[in-house]
Each structure stands twice: as C-alpha cells, then as structure tokens.
Design a protein around this ligand. Structure first.
Ligand SMILES: Nc1nc2c(ncn2[C@@H]2O[C@H](COP(=O)(O)OP(=O)(O)OP(=O)(O)O)[C@@H](O)[C@H]2O)c(=O)[nH]1
Ligand SMILES: [Mg+2]
Length: 626
C-alpha cells in the first residue's frame, strides 16, 4: 500500500487535516506538541487505498526531542511515497525553512498552506499558482478546520501518487537506508546532491529540470506572498493585554481555574445525581424483580457487587464529559501557551519550566497523555522532573471521588471551595516535589514557547473530543473497573460464612492489618479497601465503596456521612489525591522514562508524601475540633 505522511511544524494543523481526510479522531489542540506518536489511518485516494500517517510536529529535521526522533526514525525506516508538508499559511516566512530541509530527501512533496481562513482575515494574498510553478511541486491552500480546499488537495494527491507510480517509485523501503539515515537527514550533513538524488531521480521527485540546487524556498515563498505591513491578530492582541499583563495575568489564571472548576461542579453534580437516580430506579423497578428468583449469593453478586459498583462509577459519566468539554475548549483556545509563559518564572525556580506547568494542567484531564506530552522536552533532567510532578495532578478519575465526598460531607457552598482547595494542593505538592528533586534532575534546556493566536474549537471538534473521552472511559471500565468491583465484592463477602462487610471477611482482615498505619490518618478499614483498589484505577475507589457499603446513590452518601467525620473525609481525599498513581500512569512512566529506578521513585515518594500530609492534616484537625 502506498504511504502518505503529514509532516510540518508543531501546531500547523496536521492532525486536524488528518481527521478531516480520514474521519479519524486524532487529538487536536492549540498547543505545539499535542501529537507525540505516529497515527495512521487508511484513506481512499481515487481508486487507490493509501495509508495516511499523522506525524508529531517538528521544527527541524535535526531536532533532538523524543517526538522529533519519532519523525526522523519514521522517514528512515518507512519512507513514504508522498510527503504532505503542512505549513501555517500565516507564518510561511518561518515555516518555509522546514520545506527547504525536506527537498533534498528526494521524497515526492506536496505543500499544504493551511489556515487559509486566518490568512484571509489577516489580509494576506498568496499566489499559489506562481509558488507552485517556482517550487516545482504542487501547492494547495486550504483550511483543515473548516474544510475549504480539501477537494483540491485530494485531486493533487491523486496526481502525485499517480506520477510516483508511473515513475516506478513504489517499492517502499527500497531506497537505501543510508541515504536517509537519521544522521544524514540533516541538510548540512548531507547537502542536496548527496541525498541519493541519483537513487531517486530528480524527475521523479517532481522537480523540473532547473535542478534541486536552484530552489530557494524562502525566496520563492516571499515572492508569492503579499501581506499587509502589520498583519496581526487583533483579538489575540487585545486579550493578551489582560492575560499576559505583568500583574493581572496570574490572578486572571487563578480566577479562570476557579471559575472552571466551579462550573464543572455546579453543572456536573446535578447531572451525576440524575444519573444515580436513574440507576437506582432501574435497579428497584426492573433488576430486583427479574433477578429475585436467583440464589441469594448470585443475586447479591450481580446487584450489590457488579451493578452497584459499575452503576456508581457510570453515574459520573456526564460530569466527566462536561469536564472534558471545558478542558477541550481551554486546550484549543491557545491559552495554555499563555499559562506556560506566566508560570515560567516561578517554575524555573523549581527547576522546571513553563511547559511543565502546562503538562500539570493537562494532567487534570488524565495523567497519561500529559506524561506523553513531555516528549517535546529535550533535556532528560527536565523531562524526568516534570514526569515526577505530573501524577499529583488531580485527574478526572480522582475528581469523581472528590465530587462524591465533598457533596456528601460539606454544605453546598463549601463543597466547590473544598474541591478547589484540592486542586491547589495538587499543584503545591507538584511544586514541592520539584523543589525536593531539582538537584537530581537538572534542566539543561532554554525555554521557548510559541504564542499561537486564540482560537475557538468548532462544535464538531468539541463533540468529537467528548466522544473520545467517553470511549476512553468505557475502555477503562472494561479493562479495570469491572474486575476491580468484582474483586472487592469477593473480598467483602468471603470466606463463606463471614458476615458480609464485617471484620471477619478477607477485606476486613486486610483493613485490620493496615489499621495501625492508616488509623493515625483517619482512614478506617472500609476506606482502606477502597484505597487498595485505587492502585489499579482511581475510578474503582468510588465503585468499591458502593460495593463495601452495599449501597448506591443517595443511600451511599447517607451511609458514608454517618460513618465518617468531615476531617476523616478530607484526610481520605488528600490521601487519594497524593498516593501512588494508577496502573496506567505507572506503566506510562515506565515506558517513557525507560528506567525502573525512576518508576519506583514515582511509586514510593507519593505514598510517603500522602501519608505524611494526611497525618499532619488529620492530627491538626483532631486537635482543633477537640
Ligand atoms: N483557523 C484555523 N485553525 C486551524 C486550522 N487547522 C487547524 N487549526 C487549529 O490549529 C490548532 C492546531 O491543530 P492541530 O491539528 O492539533 O495541529 P498539529 O499540527 O497536529 O499540532 P502538533 O500535533 O502539536 O504538531 C488547533 O487549535 C486547530 O483547531 C485551520 O485551517 N484554520
Ligand atoms: Mg497533531
């Protein structure tokens, strides 16, 4: 199958184009470095089935970061038949450089000038025909976000692929690896002639007789663009006067975070309650009568175990979707780059940089993509230090636990503030961790960040993002959560003969066994079991409690309110927030750091910290409340 790859600088819209062409759901965001892995999908171009590959963005073919290696390794090992170079049409002066580096590779090229909508708004005029004639390969102006120009692109792709086919360029991987080995890819190292121009044939690349040497992309591009003297994004400039203000910037950041979390709580909690009510109604109206004839053990397993556990976890789906809708809008707005800029000074004192802060923010969604997002960081020291801090980010799975507990034990006006306090503590602990370890993981990289213009996602982008999160959640349900609640049920109901939920069950024994360690922090044996399973996935915590107490919805809240004090609840939340990250996170840390010792550190350090913080809080709370 022919292979076509999308290559370009970060944030130029490759993934947006990939999604538009293939109908895939690659993650998109207004932040350089959203894609850090290869993504491939099949696409019919004319009568030809091709594999379309979405690559991470690169500034330079000689780049040294992990995601840039992904690209150079790809070009080396899986030479595409066609490279679609995606350029931001409003920044051609800066982006043409990459195109210049690509020409010598001898791979047929097609240049896409993306973001035509923004170029038009800025009053830029681009002579595509002229540029195409001078460059010697097709150029196409389009807007991946809004879809204008995609038909032209497909036609050009078809033509280029046909030419490649006619020129017998098909055998993928046939080009000697030497000619494009990673080292050799650098333009300097190889020079235009050296990169197997013979092996590939100048004609075949689609460059006309003038020869490769003659092409000065920069000059050509400049010759065919007319931009007003001061092409600027006016809205962006106006907003940045506030958001990047030396004094007001940081308070604005804090205020926006507070607003966001308040909104999630205020809108999400009622939705969760409606869902919980639906689940319990379904239980009493349908499942209980239908399952009544079953033996009581099986009945208990299905209803009190599987159904209660899963139902309680599932009732949080709307809240999570809502949360990710907001997160999606923030990620696509371009504000993350501003947050990175604002926090960079403080972060630098902790041995981190502005990007580390953005990764912590991304971790509020889920720690896993945030950990992978650190691939854009070149300095290994900085990357590891950032990875050490990310698991403290209060992810959406932990959010479920906290929403549940805060709503059960605190008054309606206290609850959102308690939740916000947990977000702040999460960031503070990440900072504290950085401070403790910055001597060990040294940053050796200067901080440079692009400030993209503010953008607003299309409705389709928002809906897709939410849908992706639902799918992700469902896959976690099937992988971990079902198993988790079933195991909790077994532990709380066996050995046979033990009174369910009592201290003579296996769960009770584990709880008693850990009691000397956890009672000083206010965590009772029931909560202990929930914590034990939270190691696997934090969503299980709330499902486990439903199984342990044999209740769901309002009844579960009431039960918990009767059994524990607010101080115990807060201590439990602190512990859940801080202790060892979930299995997926640990596995990602292992894969990304390639170090067992580092992975062990990310397990042990949070555990110690969790106990210490909860201990201090609980003991002080006990003293204060007498
Ligand atoms: N106005 C406008 N915005 C676009 C267009 N194409 C993409 N975007 C926006 O540009 C931002 C970056 O898009 P992505 O598709 O994630 O960019 P990418 O090149 O894949 O970025 P990396 O994966 O970080 O390299 C997002 O906010 C998109 O919504 C376009 O044609 N017009
Ligand atoms: Mg991308």
């Amino acid at each position: 199958m022919m292979r076509v790859a999308l290559l370009g600088m970060p944030n130029s819209g490759k993934s947006t184009l990939f999604n538009r062409l293939t109908g895939a759901h690659a993650r998109v965001g207004n932040w350089p470095g959203i894609t850090v892995e290869l993504l491939a999908a099949r696409l019919l171009v004319g009568d030809q089935m091709v594999q379309l590959v979405d690559l991470p963005g690169i500034y330079d073919l000689r780049g040294l970061s992990e995601d840039e290696h992904v690209v150079t390794n790809f070009l080396e090992g899986h030479r595409p038949n066609l490279l679609i170079v995606v350029l931001n049409a409003t920044q051609l002066d800066r982006q043409a450089r990459l195109l210049q580096q690509l020409i010598p590779l001898g791979i047929p090229l097609l240049a896409v000038l993306n973001m035509s909508d923004e170029a038009k708004k800025l009053g830029m005029q681009i002579d595509v025909e002229g540029m195409q004639a001078s460059l010697g390969f097709p150029v196409c102006l389009l807007s991946a976000k809004h879809g204008d120009g995609t038909a032209t692109l497909t036609a050009l792709m078809r033509k280029q692929l046909q030419t490649a086919k006619n020129n017998n360029l098909i055998p993928v991987d046939a080009v000697s690896v030497d000619a494009v080995s990673v080292d050799a890819v650098g333009v300097d190292a190889v020079g235009v002639d050296a990169v197997g121009v013979d092996a590939v044939g100048v004609d075949a690349v689609g460059i006309d007789a003038t020869g490769v040497d003659a092409v000065d992309v920069d000059a050509i591009v400049n010759r065919h663009i007319a931009a007003p003297m001061q092409a600027s994004h006016q809205l962006t400039e106006r907003l940045d006067r506030l958001f990047l203000h030396p004094w007001l910037g940081l308070p604005a950041l804090l205020a926006m975070m507070l607003l966001l979390f308040e909104a999630v709580f205020a809108l999400g909690k009622p939705l969760q309650e409606i869902m919980a009510w639906l689940f319990s109604t379904l239980r009493t109206a349908l499942l209980e009568p239908v399952l009544a004839p079953l033996p009581s053990m099986l009945n208990g397993f299905l209803l009190d175990g599987v159904y209660n556990g899963l139902g309680t976890v599932a009732s949080f789906v709307p809240l999570i979707v809502l949360f990710f809708l907001f997160v999606g809008i923030v990620e696509d707005s371009g504000y993350l780059s501003r947050a990175a800029f604002l926090m960079d000074g403080l972060m630098a004192r902790l041995g981190l940089d502005g990007r580390s802060f953005v990764m912590m923010l991304m971790g509020f969604g889920c720690n896993v993509p945030a950990l992978m997002g650190t691939r854009v960081i070149r300095s290994r020291g900085l990357r590891l230090l950032t990875m050490l801090t990310i698991p403290f980010s209060l992810c959406s799975a932990r959010l479920q636990v906290f929403v549940f507990f805060t709503a059960a034990l605190f008054s309606p006006w206290q609850a959102p503030l308690v939740l916000f306090s947990l977000y702040l503590i999460s960031i503070l602990l990440a900072m504290l961790t950085a401070l403790a370890f910055k001597g060990r993981y040294i940053n050796s990289e200067p901080f440079i960040i692009e400030m993209p213009p503010y953008r607003f996602p299309t409705t389709k982008q928002i809906v897709l993002r939410a849908w992706q999160e639902i799918r992700h959640f469902l896959s976690r349900v099937t992988r971990f959560i079902v198993l988790g609640v079933v195991m909790v049920w077994v532990l709380t109901n066996f050995p046979s003969g033990a009174v369910p939920g009592s201290s003579s069950t296996w769960a009770g024994m584990i709880g008693q066994w850990l009691d000397p360690i956890l009672s000083p922090v206010g965590i009772d044996p029931n909560l202990t079991i929930a914590l034990v399973f939270g190691f696997v996935a934090k969503e299980i915590v709330i499902g486990a409690l439903a199984v342990i107490y044999g209740q769901e919805g309002d009844l579960l809240s009431n039960m918990i309110t009767q059994q524990i004090t607010w101080a115990q609840a807060y201590s439990f939340m602190l512990f859940t927030l801080i202790y060892t990250p979930c299995l997926s996170t640990v596995a990602t840390i292992r894969a990304e750091s390639k170090s067992l010792a580092f992975t062990a550190l990310t397990i042990v350090w949070p555990l110690l910290l969790a106990w210490s913080v909860s201990f201090v809080f609980y003991q002080v709370a006990l003293l204060a409340t007498g």
